[in-house]
Design a protein around this ligand. Structure first.
Ligand SMILES: *Cc1c(COP(=O)(O)O)cnc(C)c1O
Length: 484
């Protein structure tokens, strides 16, 4: 039987007069003269729930436990790199020198914080091979937009008018969206059946109107494009810039540098690659790195150093201006800084090697169950197709499998992305999972595929609600659970 209290709203737990905290009578004279004008006073007290402290604690603790998280479940959400978030980074980022400062404090009083951010800029420049760094953007998508605005400023400065931004059909939706937001026309480049950029189609699309090619490498199928240098050369030959979407840097950290592959600009997702906590719309960051002749156009401020003194440099006449308040999302950046220092250069390379090893182990186990159209090997993630299950009568087999995995205590993989694979299940285990966890996940998937179809079609069976209408749930939330 369901515990009614566990599913009630806080308002429904309310009992008149119940309190979590009672204050002692004041020991000073009470100010009785009106401190607020008549019009500003409410007619009656606000209808807040009247509850005890234990009501409140249980209510929110129970709600929080209904979520899946990397601290509670394996979370193989492809493209999102849901790796473990080390608690040590939380502790360091909350040191008072970081968490108790005010953004309007003079630079001289936050030298330690600025030194960390400056060093982070240098580390990102080293990893990318691109010397100009801005920590300002608030997410990967925001980094894309910022870099495209930098590219636009660069071409304006050169007196060139270029209107097009290319991205492959396997790209994340943010790539064409950022292109549009930055005022460009977004143009799609086809992929070959094996999942790489179709060089013939690229050649056809390239002309003097192309400002930027945005490319994810390894791409969203978990494949490293072997023609990346040729692709970059082709773009450079028409005077365009190459933007690397760095969401998949987890596969190549310390092994290859985007600049060496021909990238002129890129973003990092510290909340993916460098273990920042993310999800639920929480803060991320999207620092960008650019080659030196693009550096003057970066947003202000940039963290700079002169004569051993760190400062926020606003004096940059060619800058595109601000893209974010103050210094950016500093909390996430500090966690990335701690992560990078903890691992060091050799450790970062190990991160990438183990991410690729884990993904290939899981692929080797799963490809016997579901086909991997792009082959037997992957980088840090891979994409399976559940398309053949349609023949068994499932209308949306990828969705059904994803939903059923929740009953087994696993977060669902990414589904229906990339768009180039039908009934796609995109799986990224990350380097922080053990062989036992990977085996348990593979075992669960194996069991699920042998279950009666209705178990899959009606899953999940263990969650507070089963299958909300996802569009309605977002547009028209019904913030009340009613047992049926
Ligand atoms: C996550 C992701 C993005 C967007 O990054 P956010 O930090 O979520 O804005 C862009 N491209 C790819 C390939 C991604 O996986």
């Amino acid at each position: 039987m369901r515990n009614e209290q566990a599913t009630a709203l806080l308002f429904e737990l309310s009992r008149p007069g119940r309190r979590a905290v009672r204050f002692a009578a004041p020991d000073v004279a009470v100010q009785t003269t009106e401190l607020l004008p008549e019009w500003a006073l409410a007619d009656k007290p606000p209808p807040l729930p009247e509850v005890s402290e234990s009501d409140v604690v249980r209510h929110f603790t129970n709600l929080s436990a209904r979520n899946m998280s990397v601290d509670s479940h394996f979370y193989p959400l492809g493209s999102c790199t849901m790796k473990y978030n080390p608690k040590r980074n939380e502790r360091l980022a909350s040191l008072p020198g970081f968490s108790q400062v005010h953004p309007y404090q003079p630079d001289s009083t936050v030298q330690g914080l600025l030194a960390c951010l400056f060093e982070l800029q240098e580390m990102l420049a080293e990893i990318s091979g691109l010397p100009g760094v801005s920590l300002q953007p608030a997410a990967g998508a925001h980094g894309e937009l910022t870099a495209l605005l930098v590219a636009a400023a660069y071409f304006r400065h050169r007196g060139e008018r270029r209107t097009k931004v290319l991205s492959p059909d396997s790209a994340h939706g943010t790539n064409p969206a950022s292109a549009r937001m930055a005022g460009f026309t977004a143009v799609t480049v086809r992929s070959t059946p094996s999942g790489f950029v179709d060089l013939d189609d690229l050649r056809r699309q390239l002309d003097g109107q192309v400002a930027v090619l945005m490319i994810t490498n390894p791409n969203t199928l978990g494949l490293f494009d072997p023609h990346i240098r040729t692709i970059a050369d082709l773009v450079h030959d028409v005077g365009g810039l190459v933007y690397l979407d760095g969401a998949n840097m987890n596969a190549v950290l310390g092994i290859t540098r985007p600049a060496d592959c021909g990238a002129d600009m890129m973003h990092f997702n510290p909340h993916k690659t460098f273990s920042g906590p993310h999800g639920g719309g929480g803060p991320g960051a999207g620092p960008i790195c650019v080659r030196s002749d693009l550096e003057p156009f970066l947003p202000v401020p940039v963290v700079a150093r002169r004569n051993g003194h760190y400062f926020l440099d606003y004096h940059r006449p060619e800058s595109i201006g601000r893209v974010r308040a103050f210094f950016g999302n500093v909390g996430v950046l500090l966690r990335a800084y701690c992560y990078l220092l903890t691992h060091g250069p050799d450790g970062l390379r190990k991160v990438a090697e183990n991410a690729v090893l884990n993904a290939n182990y899981l692929l080797a186990r799963l490809k016997r169950l579901l086909a991997c159209p792009q082959g037997d090997r992957c980088m840090h993630e891979f994409v399976l197709t559940a398309e053949p299950l349609r023949r068994r009568g499932l209308k949306q087999p990828a969705r059904d499998i994803a939903k059923r995995l929740l009953d087994y205590g696993f977060h669902a993989p990414t589904v229906y992305f990339p768009l180039t694979v039908p009934e796609a299940l995109m799986i990224e285990p990350t380097e922080t999972e053990s062989k036992e966890t990977l085996d348990a996940f593979a075992d669960a998937l194996e069991k699920i595929l042998q279950e009666p179809l209705d178990l899959l079609q009606e899953a999940p069976h263990s969650t507070p609600i089963s299958r909300p209408d996802e569009v309605q749930a977002a547009r028209n939330p019904k913030l009340r659970w009613t047992p049926d």
